[in-house]
Design a protein around this ligand. Structure first.
Ligand code: NOJ
Ligand code: CA
Length: 698
């Protein structure tokens, strides 16, 4: 004991005095200290609990001494910030941005290089970044590694994705921290790219739960001109260290001062709802500089899409040579091009009849006969339509029905080719009545050797978003980097896929609890174009050559429209499947895509989430639930409703015998009058869920 005591004295002796910043509520605090060697370190506490213990901060430079030791503190300053701002589109009309800040200005002995560390403490967590001021000692520099540690203390439960440099279209692995191991999982990233991360490298957002029930989420915000940060786990000591995605020659980031790193974020709460409700990631991004945002509009849409995924039609015009789709599904019949003028008009009619805003058409343009897998640079020009797709005629027809067309640009990963055509492609959209584009990056990134998540390719996605502003175009990018709150600065980024979306339900299915994890992970940084709304789960009924099963119930699919916030929501199934279940389809027709306010009623990652949101344009509320594998009954309170008002609730729930595998289409719809005093006892099936619309009775 005596020995330990003297050891502790020696250990703490060499450190400078800790400087602390606490969250406005006082629950979370971060302490900064320089070690005896002048190494910057930090630690984080939640209430009285130590969550992150002394963890190093530092940057390795190529051909220069590392920025990790020999630092001295020049100045340190504390600030407070409290404002609210109005997102153009969002889960709530107004967002509070309240934090305390500590800025420590450091100088490195010997080199005289100056680095500022900026720490912010919010009520839901902490964030920090490296800030490199303009100085003669550091102008151009190359980051070869970032040495940011997150030293945790417990063998947490972790929801993790392998640290693939190109894709996050994986199932979540739910294991103890000590069992993180990429060599034990199927490394098929779903986009036709081979990317082999280290055995213990995982992606962020990394969602964890400690043995005592503390929820911890590590992520990053405002990743601009920088690569993505993955984390390398030391599985025996519960430590994590940043691992930046390399470029083609192994470097991480090329920078010039003045510049900043992205924010590294750690959210902590003993209530999982605080994590999903947090707006910290958005708050850490710069406010939008766009003066006119009137052209940025939410959209509910249908499209020529699922029929290709299930294998009922093809993207390509000539007909697939092997009678399979490009994703390997055996076709119901060969040579059926999906994007024909007649088929598009059928979808436009359906959209107009049921009050949708837009129609997406994929496979409309030349190039799909041979589009990925061979590193072809020049595949698509984004303006040449197949002969059976009449761009002008469709524009006129859609306009006459009040429908906006949604453009599709599959880049096949050829970023240079896309940039080569971008102006002409966006102008073509403007000329033909398209104000939103779904882009995609399937296959290896070209230039070869670059990754979907390396610095220059992130700059490519950013370039496409910024250029789209010039043309007043909204962007929804698939296979691009997962968002880190960029939509605050560029609200025309209305969606991303960038996780395992519904398409995988046609390629063998996803785990039934997948969508109970996404709000804690992928959705932290911005809306997801998850493409919900599948009503026919047995894909063989649509195409006998495809035995995939969608692991969800119809009621679960309805719940997704509320749980998975997005200003862009697809009703992904075929019109004929909606026509079979028009009463359930009514919920999809009614559910809004922009909200005045949102409440998280219940949440447990991997198990369930229940979200209530108030429509931005009426007094109506919508509640959605998605449930994991265990059937569940819970009583929810409607205390969020306005006092003194009466509402009619229409409840779209799993039937008592529903089950995602054996009986996914069993639902029941009931109505009842409710007020803010009402409580509803809700039962959800395995892989089930519910949607409730609550309409004011006047
Ligand atoms: C993958 C996208 O996620 C999917 O939505 C799209 O249909 C295909 N790529 C083809 O571009
Ligand atoms: Ca995808």
């Amino acid at each position: 004991m005596k020995q330990l005591f003297s050891l502790l004295i020696v250990f703490s002796f060499g450190f400078t005095q800790a400087q602390t910043v606490s969250s406005p509520s006082g629950k979370i605090s971060l302490s900064f200290q320089l070690s005896a060697s002048g190494q910057p370190t930090y630690s984080v506490n939640y209430k009285t609990k130590s969550v992150v213990v002394s963890s190093d901060l530092g940057i390795q430079l190529k051909d220069k001494p590392a920025l990790n030791i020999n630092f001295e503190i020049q100045t340190s300053k504390n600030n407070t910030f409290n404002e609210s701002w109005k997102p153009v589109l969002g889960e709530q009309a107004s967002i509070v941005n309240h934090y305390n800040e500590l800025v420590v200005a450091l100088i490195q002995k010997g080199t005289n290089i100056k680095v500022n560390l900026v720490f912010r403490a919010f009520d839901e967590g902490v964030a920090f970044r490296y800030d490199f001021p303009k100085q003669k000692e550091l102008n151009y520099f190359i980051i070869s590694n970032e040495d940011t540690q997150f030293n945790l203390t417990e063998n947490n439960k972790v929801f993790w994705l392998p640290g693939d440099f190109d894709s996050n279209e994986y199932e979540y692995n739910e294991t103890q921290f000590s069992d993180i191991d990429n060599s034990k999982i199927n490394m098929n990233n779903g986009i036709g790219v081979k990317s082999i991360p280290g055995k213990y490298t995982v992606q962020t957002p990394l969602m964890m739960k400690s043995p005592s029930g503390l929820y911890v989420n590590i992520f990053e915000a405002a990743v601009v001109n920088y690569p993505v940060m993955h984390l390398k786990a030391d599985v025996s000591s519960y430590k994590l260290k940043s691992e930046l995605v390399p470029n083609a020659i192994g470097d991480k980031a090329y920078l010039q001062t003045p510049c900043v790193s992205p924010w590294r974020t750690i959210m902590i709460s003993d209530d999982a709802r605080d994590i999903v409700a947090s707006k910290m990631i958005l708050n850490l991004n710069e406010p939008s500089q766009l003066e006119d945002t009137s052209w940025i509009k939410p959209m509910k849409y249908v499209g020529i899409w699922w029929e290709m995924h299930v294998g009922n039609s093809t993207w390509d015009y000539a007909g697939s040579q092997n009678a399979t789709t490009d994703f390997g599904t055996k076709l119901a019949s060969t040579g059926r091009h999906g994007a024909t003028t007649d088929n598009t008009k059928r979808y436009i009619d359906f959209a107009a009849k049921h009050g949708f805003d837009g129609v997406l058409v994929e496979g409309w343009n030349e190039g799909w006969e041979d589009w990925f897998g061979h590193e072809k640079d020049y595949v698509f020009d984004f303006i040449s339509a197949y002969p059976d797709f009449d761009v002008k005629g469709i524009h006129e027809y859609a306009k006459s029905k009040g429908i906006k067309m949604i453009m599709h640009h599959e880049t096949s990963g050829a970023t240079r080719n896309y940039e080569r055509h971008l102006d002409v492609a966006y102008q073509f959209m403007k000329d033909n009545g398209y104000n939103a584009v779904k882009s995609g990056y399937v296959g290896n990134i070209l230039p070869l050797g670059e990754h979907h998540y390396s610095q220059s390719i992130l700059n490519h996605y950013q370039y496409c978003i910024e250029k789209a502003v010039d043309y007043e175009i909204m962007v929804n990018a698939h296979e691009a980097v997962r968002p880190t709150g960029i939509c605050r600065t560029y609200p025309n980024l209305i969606g991303n896929e960038s996780a395992r979306g519904t398409e995988f339900q046609a390629f063998g299915g996803s785990k039934a609890n997948h969508t109970t994890v996404l709000p804690f992970t992928r959705l932290m940084g911005g809306p997801m174009d998850y493409t919900p709304g599948i009503f026919e789960m047995d894909i063989a009924k649509l195409n006998p050559g495809n035995n995939s099963h969608c692991n969800t119930t119809i009621a679960n699919q309805l719940g997704l429209y509320v749980v998975m916030y997005s200003p862009l929501q697809m009703a992904a199934d075929l019109p004929e499947n909606y026509n079979r279940f028009l009463d359930a389809f009514q919920f999809i027709k009614d559910v809004p895509v922009e909200w005045a306010t949102s409440k998280y009623v219940e949440a447990e990652p991997g198990y369930y989430i229940t979200t209530a949101r108030k429509d931005k344009n009426s007094n109506n509320w919508f509640v959605g639930n998605v449930n994991g594998l265990n059937a569940r009954t819970s009583t929810i309170s409607l205390d969020f409703l306005e006092k003194g008002k009466k509402y009619e609730a229409t409840i779209y729930a799993d039937a008592s015998d529903a089950h995602y595998k054996t009986n996914p289409q069993a639902y029941k719809i009931t109505k009842q009058i409710v007020t803010h005093k009402s409580k509803l006892k809700m039962t959800t099936a395995s892989g089930g869920g519910y949607g409730i619309s609550i309409v004011e009775v006047k």
